[in-house]
Design a protein around this ligand. Sequence first.
Ligand code: ATP
Ligand code: MG
Length: 548
Amino acid sequence: MQNNKKKNFIDKIILKDIKNDKLIKIKTRFPPEPNGYLHIGHAKSIFTNFNIAKTYNGTCNLRFDDTNPYKEKKKYINFIKEDIKWLGYKWHGNEKYCSNYFEKFYKYAMILIKKGLAYVDNLNNKEIKIYRGSLTKKGINSPFRSRKIEENIMLFKKMKKGVFKEGYSCLRAKINMSSKRIILRDPVLYRIIKLKKHFKTINKWCIYPTYDFSHCISDYIEKVTHSICTLEFQDNKILYNWILKNIDVKKKPKQYEFARLNIEYSVLSKRKIKFLIEKKIIKEWSDPRLLTISGLRNRGYTPNSIKKFCYNVGLTKKENYIQFSFLEHCIRSDLDKKVNRAMAILYPIKVIIYSLPKNYKKIIKIPNHPKIKKLGTQKIILRREIYIDKNDFINNNHIIEKNVHIKWKAKLRYSYVIKSKKIILNSLNQTQTIYCKHYQNKCFKKNSKVKIIHWISKKESIKSKFKLYENLFVTRRPANKKNMIQYINKNSSKTICGLVQKDIIYKMLKNYIQFERIGYFFLNKNIKDKNITFTRITKLKKNKKCQK
Ligand code: ATP
Ligand code: MG
């Protein structure tokens, strides 16, 4: 996928690095925090990191950034691993954890203290924030900043031993409280966390490195050559370089940033998805309306369509929003040439073709795909009693007055033209059964206005549920709204009962099918229901008229 496209800015950098250092072994990593499920933004990062490794003969690590026991949970580890595997990627060796390096981080923190470049501070979080200042206001030194090296060593050891309670002290880098870069105003490197246990190290540690301290050192420990991340970490790079320089690292990983992926009508941030779950707007992370990897999987998106999407969206330095329709385009173009077509009826009404004999049965051989012959053929059967879709019947939304004759005609796909002669109404005056007469195809002129409609013979039909989804939000950029809940699409999920052909399973490619004029559908085996349930992945591009 990588080679036939214009090289992006990261490719160009890597190519240059390879030219300058023939022995370089390219190493990347995907570093998720196990505090939620992965979403399509992560897929872009996964795609980027794993593809770089593949293209340039290198390797890519999976490293869990598990430095905050307050947010991280073991259960997320497995979900994340499963999603990466489902996308089709294999990380190098075993998965890595920042917590595997806790001993090393401690050692490096001690190096900084011994060099007089880190100190134990007793200001609390709120005070640290105030002392830090702002873009227009210089920071103020903490009164504990001038502690002697020996005192800092002793206090840091005590922090590690658990002598102090949570929040009592922290370790800060001693850089420059009046730096223009706020990140350099003595950032916190270690904090005490005692009230929560770490899911992996349990209670072995009660001090934990901050993200900034652990991230750059982890990259260094793993010999990452190109540390690729999103733009919000651009400012942190200067701190990473400071840390690595002062712990005497010889070869620093180089960091490059790209713009986060945003998609219209959806939210990607884990924090926002959690909020939707808390507010009971959605039940779980794998809801098919979410753009989590598991949500997309449940919706019927294929790994290939997601990769196609990431590839085509490309890497840029400029923040932007991708149209939702582009994601739909990617799944359509992945499925279009592979999956069979079939007829389904979402809103059935009965048609009796009274002009056909009672036990009429006609087997019709039709192509599985209108354009791709090699996909073969299937059989459908026409009988006297069939179902058609209410929406194809004239006046469906109108109440028909009794005994009024309605002139309606349509052509059954792959079969006769039918004309209505009598309409039976139910007690609510809605159409229940239409009696029709059939006409030979000769009556049908190709360019006539007669609509070609879908049908299924009653005897060959079986009930099926259809899950139809729309966007979860009615606004393009819900993440930018103060109260995003206000913009929830209340009609984003609908389940209806319709009909499919009895032998539909045999007509499908794996779990996929295109129900003509209705969309691409996915048979989700995880849905436990006595009925078969089809999930609509996406509508068709236009409501194409059928041929024949
Ligand atoms: P979120 O904001 O959704 O919680 P995060 O950045 O906190 O995401 P992490 O688990 O820390 O999630 O991210 C792992 C990797 O995925 C990081 O390198 C991060 O930059 C990248 N990533 C996260 N969200 C996106 C996105 N929307 N587009 C591209 N890359 C992303
Ligand atoms: Mg994060």
